[in-house]
Design a protein around this ligand. Structure first.
Ligand code: GLY
Length: 419
């Protein structure tokens, strides 16, 4: 049973369906795309009790959680108490994403390379500190804010307004009661994820995510508009170094503080012009859209990996990755990441090539069999190829055949001018 409704969860279901021992897949709530591979059960991912009841009733053997919100609410603790096998970190361990202050303190205490941010719970103190800084200003809400809690700007008035909105206006509710005013780090960003059972880790191949809405890295920040793997600027020796200096120390520290970490640990890294690796953030889950390019390159069975993590025997399995490249481009609704209109039919899904993968996000199936956009990010189209250029060409050859009213996508994913 997969929990979530995004393209990330669609990709997970697609990968799980390749395991011939799996008799049945449930997804809660799922989307129009997952319905052809799994049974969608419409329960909100935060309704942990109802999810547990369904999992028990259906005799589910493994639960994989996609989004951070149910993890931070304690879905893993709840399911473990009921002896339902579940893949993901506990509530205490998922603080590594749900509290930026927690993550910063963990990094500082364990010499994990990170920017020098200062935490505040008083608006007046935060404001006094902010006005003494030099641009670019970085203001981060402490808690979960659906990818909108980090403001980076050269304008002091914009940064001050963001601070006021978070701490006094409560635009993110209690997630913005505390903030970090961080130092700005420039460089190239890479997402490095690892499977871990709390004792050993297996680092995945690196992925480059494009967070800005528009070509050339313009426009507002989004959850991610596309990805590719693997980035040339992050060769295997750098991934090894990041494993040794970031991922392993984080896992060890979580264990030592009595909150062992199981599941996927996602490090958002900045590689500076000097080649230093700096942690921007940790996430307690698979990335979206990173998962949509990672899973097509994963040769090992995902169910076997997740069960090994849950059962604490990750060191007993060998996880293998294809040497091919993969590119994924996200198609979004007009207006995203701000407000957008939904309910437009998606045209052309049937016309794409057999080897192109479409992972849908929160799409809705109409009575007459049409699929409608129902969220900001609507789908990820992923293709593999012998190299990045081939994969990229396939993506753009196919994605131009899909559209709906207001649909848009970046044209420069994996072009590598920026990333
Ligand atoms: N792609 C960014 C994230 O998953 O948080």
């Amino acid at each position: 049973m997969v929990v979530g409704s995004g393209a990330r969860e669609h990709a997970l279901v697609w990968k799980i369906a390749q395991n011939h021992k799996v008799e049945k897949i449930f997804i809660s709530p799922g989307n129009a795309g997952t319905a052809s591979l799994a049974e969608n059960i419409v329960i909100h991912p935060d309704d942990i009790e109802s999810l547990a009841t369904i999992a028990k009733d259906k005799g589910v053997d493994l639960v994989i959680v996609g989004p951070e919100q149910p993890l931070s609410l304690g879905i893993v603790d709840y399911f473990e108490n009921l002896s339902i096998p579940i893949f993901g970190p506990t509530k205490a361990a998922s603080q590594i994403e749900s509290s930026k202050i927690f993550a910063k303190e963990l990094m500082i205490q364990n010499n994990i390379p990170c920017s020098q941010g200062v935490a505040f719970s008083s608006y007046n103190e935060a404001y006094s500190y902010l006005i003494q800084q030099t641009p670019p200003f970085v203001v981060k809400a402490d808690g979960l804010a659906a990818g909108k809690g980090i403001i980076i700007t050269n304008s002091l008035s914009e940064a001050s307004q963001a601070l006021k909105d978070m701490m006094e206006g409560k635009v993110f509710g209690s997630a913005g009661s505390k903030v970090i005013i961080d130092t700005y780090i420039s460089g190239r960003e890479v997402s490095l994820l690892a499977f871990t059972d709390g004792k050993s880790i297996s680092t995945m191949i690196p992925v480059c995510d494009y967070k800005k809405a528009r070509d050339g890295d313009h426009g507002p920040n989004t959850g991610g508009m596309g990805c590719y793997s693997r980035p040339d600027f992050f060769p295997p020796q750098m991934a090894y170094k990041a494993t040794q200096t970031v991922l392993l120390p984080a896992i060890k520290a979580m264990s030592q503080r009595g909150t062992p970490y199981k599941g996927v640990l996602y490090a958002g890294l900045m590689i500076t012009d000097e080649g230093d690796i700096i942690v921007l953030e940790f996430n307690c889950r698979f990335g979206d859209p990173e998962t949509q390019v990672l899973l097509p390159l994963l040769k090992t069975d995902i169910v076997d990996i997740c069960l090994a993590v849950v059962q604490g025997r990750l060191d007993k399995i060998k996880i293998e990755w294809s040497n091919k490249a993969c590119v994924g481009t996200v198609m979004s609704s007009a207006g995203y990441p701000a407000s957008y209109e939904k309910g437009y039919p998606i045209i052309g899904l049937e016309s794409i090539d057999k080897d192109a993968l479409v992972f849908q996000t929160g799409t809705k199936l109409g009575n007459e069999g049409k699929i409608y956009n129902n969220s900001g990010r609507v789908l990820t189209l992923s293709c593999t190829g012998k190299d990045i250029e081939e994969a990229r060409e396939k993506v753009y050859h196919n994605i131009k055949n899909i559209h709906f009213n207001g649909s848009y996508y970046r044209k420069d994913i994996a072009l590598r001018k920026v990333n």
